[in-house]
Ligand binder design. Sequence first.
Ligand SMILES: NC(=O)c1ccc[n+]([C@@H]2O[C@H](COP(=O)([O-])OP(=O)(O)OC[C@H]3O[C@@H](n4cnc5c(N)ncnc54)[C@H](O)[C@@H]3O)[C@@H](O)[C@H]2O)c1
Length: 475
Amino acid sequence: MKHAHSFYIDGKWVEPSVSKTLEVIDPSTEQPIGTIALGSAADAEKAVAAARRAFASFSQTSNGERIELLKRIVTILKRRNDELGDVISREMGAPLTMARADQAGIGAVHFEQAIKAIETFAFDYMQGTTRILREPVGVVAMITPWNWPINQIACKVAPALATGCTMVLKPSEIAPFNAVIFAEIMDEAGVPKGVFNLVQGDGPSVGAVLASHPDVDMVSFTGSTRAGIAVAQAAAPTVKRVHQELGGKSPNIILRSADFSAAVAAGVRRCFGNSGQTCTAPTRMLVPAERVDEASVIAEREAAALVVGPPSDPRTNLGPVASVAQFNKIQGLIERGIAEGADLVAGGPGRPSHLNAGYYVRPTVFAGVTNQMTIAREEIFGPVLSIIGYDSEEEAVAIANDTPYGLAAYIQGDPKEARALAGRLRAGTVRLNASAWDAAAPFGGYKQSGNGREYGKFGLHEFTEIKSIVGFLEE
Ligand SMILES: NC(=O)c1ccc[n+]([C@@H]2O[C@H](COP(=O)([O-])OP(=O)(O)OC[C@H]3O[C@@H](n4cnc5c(N)ncnc54)[C@H](O)[C@@H]3O)[C@@H](O)[C@H]2O)c1
């Protein structure tokens, strides 16, 4: 059992103001693996005050000093990578090999990108006789989810440190232990006291306090659209900057020119990665109407080939989903798909028959889905794919855009056609064919998927204010 009963505030591990704990559950066994202390408003206050005090000096450090700090963090992140991966796997259920390579590994990538970005970022330039400065935004509150926990922490902390901000992190209470290791890494790297602070806790007790705090200049939130709206509402009276990375319901348009069976198979695997708990998962597969049956057969085969099992087993492709709440929500939506008349071609309700405990979900594929069905509209955040037929490309674009979300979209087919269609999709990222992830590409959502952009130099923009010094040079 692991116990994390202190918070990292002002460069020290300190006792919480109120003694209240929460069990952390291993989703593969449904058993507790430890406890964390839950913070209160008083802990959030202390952390904000420490960040405010530290801002005066940290905001004045040179780019060179901050680059050196980021480099030390990269070295320690890499050294502790597998330990981070192991913890993530235990607390949110990602298969161990993937948790080490991707879930944990991505942390150092964001720090490396921030180092690269800072080297060429225009912090200071002249426009005519006016000098334009980009200055750190100030004290940043960071509220993060459990699904890619180190990714979301690193892609906020790296640009915040790179630009000279100070911060308070409130990670997900469902996957809190990786954030403890992360705070230890900040400490070992020599992040000056008060610059990075960690307070554990739930949304209402700590997240909302940070979001509404008058001494917090910006809140950077990643999570559900529901909580993102609550954060923006709490932040509004203090007119702070609100950055939101929220949910998605991403379309994957398979054009008539695509290598059909490869595109369908890859689309299924991409949708089910991380047990479907990725905000950019391509959950609506749009195929030519005359090929829906063929797509169903390929998708059924792909789903059946995926191994659902314990995260520690190297053969596992899909671990459990992260929590009982997620499990119940996904089950309810699968039932809803059946009740609304979609054709169940793979998976379905209940746990896979070979597993008798754990929040395991059967990789589920529906065909004959219309874009008005609940399963095509709501973010399920589990391994559930909807196959939707289209007649013309015009209709495919209309269906793709007919969603309140706009985080990502995917197009498979002739590169020239795919490029032409990309501009018509209302999404922050459009991925063409089997393109690899680009860690420097701006990441964020249109519509109800969020506000603002993260990653690389776009992260630096996000965490800076712009100052004009007019008349800096005489005419
Ligand atoms: N767009 C993105 O970059 C991105 C990335 C990953 C996950 N997500 C989204 O995150 C969701 C899954 O994560 P989750 O279940 O942890 O989301 P969640 O919204 O329940 O929780 C996210 C974080 O917000 C906190 N929180 C909850 N209510 C709050 C409130 N009222 N005030 C302040 N903080 C509050 C939680 O404690 C947690 O730290 C999915 O909807 C997914 O699409 C989006």
